[in-house]
Design a protein around this ligand. Structure first.
Ligand code: ZN
Length: 310
């Protein structure tokens, strides 16, 4: 996904012919290595779903993965005895509410790791959507068409779009924020409590969720095992570094790190390594490769950051 997009960007820089080749190729490069090997050890659920791939990643925790679009975004349904939290609602290309209602009969509350279009596409389908109290969140809740349309550009789709999906009218639909939340807000699901950890940086409204009793940390786009996007104008690198330090401090009490793209499982040891990597990159270390539209790929010790070119 995110790797494929970057490779395509590099190909675009290299020659116009590779651009033509990428456009006419039936299978985009990013989806050739799918399925990713990490999924083999996870239990697949609802295998008849055509757009989403659903995996049980821990008791009561389901990764809802969208492998047919280059973001390879992952939303998480976290189920308690009384209610469930849906952490992100995906692209809005297929009906995620249908999937969550097949997985649980409990009421579902939506929280977003942040409000970029690929994480909020199904928000409009739910009655209870919590939002961080930021202007960025309020602006995005009005919906938009441009970012959604860019997700359908040539090479972004692998396989078939869902039946009945109309690419021409595809947009992020507006949603209503039921309740504003802040850092350390807690949701009691019944037998399971999730706590919000504000992690501004990737966006002003970025959050992580921690389930301390079960040692689960949901990191959104602050960490996932693929190139991490830090190039948008709403990204603040000083805040990002402070936020990854905050998450790294939690590593000793975490058993599993669950990010929002590509692969749903990572070891907690990745968190202190991420701090070292981003600090080294900011100090000018690692390798730098140009990427499309004024961006640069910074690589160091197994991490890749897509940043604005200096
Ligand atoms: Zn994002």
């Amino acid at each position: 996904m995110r790797i494929g997009k970057v490779l395509l960007a590099l190909a675009l820089l290299c020659s116009p012919w590779s651009f033509l080749a990428a456009q006419t190729k039936e299978i985009p490069d990013w989806c050739k290595p799918l399925p990713r090997p990490e999924y083999k050890s996870l239990t697949r659920m609802l295998p008849d779903e055509p757009w989403f791939e659903v995996y049980k990643v821990s008791p009561g925790v389901f990764a809802i993965y969208e492998p047919h679009q280059a973001e390879e975004v992952i939303s998480y349904l976290i189920v308690g005895h009384k209610q469930a939290v849906l952490f992100d609602t995906g692209m809005g290309i297929a009906d995620i509410r249908k999937v969550t209602s097949r997985l649980t009969s409990r009421p579902v509350v939506v929280l977003n790791s942040h409000t970029h279009n690929d994480h909020v596409g199904g928000n409009w389908e739910y009655s209870f959507v919590y939002g961080m109290d930021t202007d960025f969140t309020r602006k995005n809740a009005k919906g938009s068409r441009e970012d959604a349309q860019a997700e359908l550009a040539p090479g972004q789709i692998c396989g078939d779009l869902p039946k009945g999906f109309d690419p021409k009218t595809y947009a992020t639909k507006p949603w209503k924020i039921s309740h504003f939340i802040h850092d350390r807000f807690k949701v009691n699901l019944g037998g399971r409590t999730l706590e919000v950890i504000a992690t501004p940086g990737h966006t002003p409204d970025a959050i992580a969720l921690i389930d301390r009793e079960n040692g689960l940390l949901f990191t959104g786009d602050t960490y996932y095992p693929a190139p991490i996007w830090l190039f948008r104008p709403e990204t603040n690198l000083d805040e990002y570094v402070a936020s990854v330090k905050k998450l790294a401090a939690l590593a000793p009490e975490v058993k599993l790190v669950l990010g929002a793209h590509n692969i749903p499982v990572a070891k907690p040891s990745v968190l202190p390594e991420l701090v070292a990597a981003i600090e080294a990159v900011r100090a000018g270390q690692g390798t730098v490769k140009p990427a499309e539209k004024g961006k640069a790929l910074h690589e160091i010790s197994g991490f890749t950051f897509l940043m604005a070119a200096p």
